[in-house]
Design a protein around this ligand. Structure first.
Ligand code: CTP
Ligand code: CA
Length: 227
């Protein structure tokens, strides 16, 4: 059921979504990245648009096509993603579905590093800013609802619950990305929604169904906080 943008429960609302991986350059031809197709982030943006939201979609280099109808901002690195997110605020809600590289190479080389027999390039790493934690911790202008993801391979709920507290976000969608689940790169997802009330297992469903359910919950939460 397609809602007209001016009729949906999220009409008049601005939602920011990050998606895809980030690429951290080593030199002009090489980079460090996380695995991410961008499929879940794209599906979330599409679900929000269907409910009438205005969506800013900040995406790293993903294989999934960006959602039609969103304001799309393409970035490469975590630093660029942070800058794009800050430029896109204020927003009523922000969903951080991007798989941000945790580290960047401290000094990316302007010229291609050449292989030399017996000599390995020493890569010195620096930690990237945590975009979700930054936004969740904003003293002024924090979105009403800040949602993160936690991709885990072990002790999914306990790690994700700790992550929610550490990052100061409102909700975490946790998923088990162990290779045997086949979720990474697939069309389905099995998530647990972690809120202040506890953990709620959602059945395994398509990424677009996960997105619809999340968008619905978000609309309810924003609606409840209205006025
Ligand atoms: N995230 C972010 N900026 C970063 C790292 C992560 O915005 N530099 C966001 C992701 O988009 C996701 C959430 O934080 O919504 C959790 O990311 P994750 O990689 O699971 O958490 P980390 O704190 O990086 O912990 P680790 O990778 O060690 O599990
Ligand atoms: Ca990480």
């Amino acid at each position: 059921r397609a809602l007209r943008p001016d009729q949906g429960p999220l009409s008049g609302r601005h939602v920011l979504v990050t998606s895809g991986p980030t690429h951290e350059p080593i030199d002009p031809v090489r980079y460090i990245a996380n695995r991410s197709s961008g499929a879940q982030g794209t599906a979330i943006a599409e679900a929000l648009l269907r409910l009438g939201a205005r969506v800013t979609f900040v995406t790293g280099p993903a294989s999934a096509a960006p959602p039609m109808g969103a304001d799309v901002v393409k970035v490469e690195t975590a630093a660029e993603m942070l800058a794009a997110v800050e430029a896109a605020l204020p927003a009523d809600a922000a969903i951080f579905a991007a798989a941000v590289a945790d580290w960047r190479v401290e000094t990316a080389q302007a010229r291609k590093i050449k292989k030399q027999a017996g000599a390995l390039p020493g890569l010195s790493l620096a930690e990237n800013p945590d975009i979700l934690a930054r936004v969740a911790g904003m003293a002024v202008g924090r979105p009403e609802l800040v949602v993160g993801f936690a991709a885990e391979t072990d002790e999914v709920v306990s790690h994700a619950t700790a992550k929610r507290a550490r990052k100061g976000c409102d909700w975490i969608l946790a998923n088990d990305v162990s290779p045997e689940t086949g979720i990474m790169g697939g069309t389905e997802n099995a998530v647990t929604l972690i809120t202040g009330e506890g953990a709620e297992d959602w059945p395994r469903m398509s990424k677009s169904a996960v997105a619809d359910r999340l968008a619905q919950r978000l609309a309810e939460a924003l609606g409840a906080g209205d006025g």
